[in-house]
Ligand binder design. Structure first.
Ligand SMILES: [Zn+2]
Length: 357
C-alpha cells in the first residue's frame, strides 16, 4: 500500500486517546483568539509568530523546557468560556482523527482563581465535552490531575473536586470525572509523596493513572506499581528494570505511550530509539496517545504513523486500538459498547486496505 493509502487507513481506524491533556491540546489559532478576546498579552500577535511559543520545536531540550510552554497558555485558561471552548474544540479535533473515545485530563488547581473555583473549571470542561459529544459523536470522560509541585492543601482540594464530580456508573452518554492522575515534574517530586490520594482513590473506586518513568530511572514506576495504580502514563524507562517489566506484564498494567511527546521531551533520544515495539514484544500492554496534540502539533493518526516506523503493521495497530478499550476507565458494559463499534469499523477499515493497491 502506498503512503497516502496507509495514512487514510490509519485515520479511518477507530481509536481511543487515553492520555490527552486539555491544556496541551489548544489550537494555536484559538490561543490567538482567546488572547485577543480576554486582552491577555501574548508573546506574538500573529499566528505565525505565536506558533514558536505554543508549540514545542524538535530542538526542545528537556521536559522542564516543555512545561515552560504552559506559562504562555495558563493566563487564558482561567475562564469558563475558554475552558468550555477548548474542551469542545478538542472533541472536534478527536472526531476528525476518528478517535471514538477520549479521556481528557487537566489540573483544576492550575486554572483556579479567586473567582473561578476548581469546581467551575471541571463544570466548564464537562460542558464543552458534552457539547462536543452532541455535535461530533466522540464520547469522553475527564481525569483530574494532581500536580507534583503543589503542596498537600492544593492537591487535597483537587482530589475533593474529583470526588465531587466522580461517577462510578459513568457511561458513554454523559461525560463525567472517572479518575485521577499525577502530573508535573517527576524528577523533583517523587510519586510516594502522593500515596494517600492513591490509597483513598482505591477505597472510593476512582480509576487511577500516574505519570511515571517518563524521565530517568524506574523509582517512580516502582512506586506507581506499589500504589497499585491502574495505568501508567508513559513508563518510557520500564525496560531498564527486568523485574518491573515482569511485574507489569504479570499484572497487566497498561502503559499510556506518547511517541512524539517522548521524543520532544527527550525522554528518548529519537523515535527509532523508542522502546514501544520492544515493550509490545515483551508482552507489556500499551496504547498509543497524543499527550499534548496542540503543543506537539500532531494528531493521533500521526502517532499511529510513527508506530509504523517502529515496525508495527496496520493490522497490529488495529489490534492495539481494539485492545485499548480494555484499559478505558468505564464500567465493562460501556467498554462492550465501544468494542462493538470498533470491531465493525476496524473490519471496514481493513476491508479498505484490501481494496487499495
Ligand atoms: Zn502527560
Amino acid at each position: 500500500m502506498n503512503a497516502t493509502g496507509t495514512r487514510a487507513l490509519l485515520r479511518r481506524l477507530p481509536k481511543t486517546d487515553l492520555h490527552c491533556h486539555l491544556d496541551g491540546s489548544l489550537r494555536p489559532q484559538t490561543v490567538l483568539e482567546l488572547g485577543r478576546r480576554f486582552k491577555v498579552k501574548l508573546p506574538a500577535d500573529t499566528l505565525e509568530g505565536l506558533v514558536a511559543h505554543v508549540q514545542v520545536a524538535p530542538t526542545c531540550r528537556s521536559l522542564r523546557e516543555f512545561l515552560d510552554v504552559f506559562d504562555v497558555l495558563y493566563p487564558l485558561l482561567r475562564r469558563a468560556e475558554a475552558v468550555e471552548r477548548i474542551a469542545y474544540e478538542l472533541v472536534e479535533d478527536c472526531a476528525r482523527d476518528n478517535i471514538r473515545h477520549v479521556e481528557v485530563r487537566f489540573a483544576p488547581e492550575l486554572q483556579r482563581t479567586a473567582r473561578f473555583s476548581s469546581e467551575d473549571v471541571v463544570e466548564a470542561a464537562l460542558k464543552g465535552l458534552r457539547r462536543g459529544l452532541k455535535d461530533f459523536g466522540t464520547t469522553s470522560t475527564a481525569i483530574i490531575c494532581l500536580f507534583r509541585s503543589h503542596g498537600p492543601k492544593l492537591n487535597r482540594r483537587a482530589f475533593e473536586t474529583a470526588k465531587k464530580f466522580f461517577r462510578r456508573d459513568a457511561s458513554l452518554d454523559e461525560p463525567a470525572v472517572v479518575g485521577v492522575d499525577l502530573a508535573g515534574d517527576e524528577a523533583r517530586y517523587p510519586t510516594l509523596q502522593y500515596a494517600e490520594f492513591y490509597e483513598e482513590a482505591r477505597r472510593l473506586g476512582l480509576w487511577t493513572t500516574c505519570h511515571a518513568g517518563e524521565t530517568a530511572g524506574t523509582a517512580n514506576l516502582q512506586a506507581a506499581l506499589d500504589l497499585r495504580v491502574m495505568r501508567i502514563g508513559h513508563g518510557t524507562h520500564l525496560l531498564e528494570s527486568p523485574a518491573l517489566t515482569a511485574e507489569v506484564v504479570r499484572r497487566r498494567v497498561p502503559l499510556e505511550i506518547g511517541l512524539t511527546s517522548n521524543v520532544r521531551t527527550k525522554s528518548v533520544s529519537a523515535l527509532e530509539a523508542h522502546p514501544a515495539r520492544r515493550m509490545h514484544e515483551a508482552g507489556v500492554p500499551i496504547c498509543l496517545n497524543t499527550d499534548d496534540r496542540g503543543i506537539l502539533g500532531i494528531d493521533l493518526t500521526h502517532e499511529y504513523g510513527s508506530a509504523l516506523r517502529l515496525g508495527f503493521s496496520p493490522k497490529e495497530l488495529a489490534r492495539l486500538s481494539l485492545g485499548s478499550i480494555d484499559f478505558v476507565f468505564l464500567p465493562e458494559a460501556q467498554r462492550r459498547r465501544l468494542r462493538r463499534i470498533f470491531e465493525r469499523e476496524i473490519a471496514l477499515a481493513l476491508g479498505m486496505e484490501a481494496a487499495v493497491p
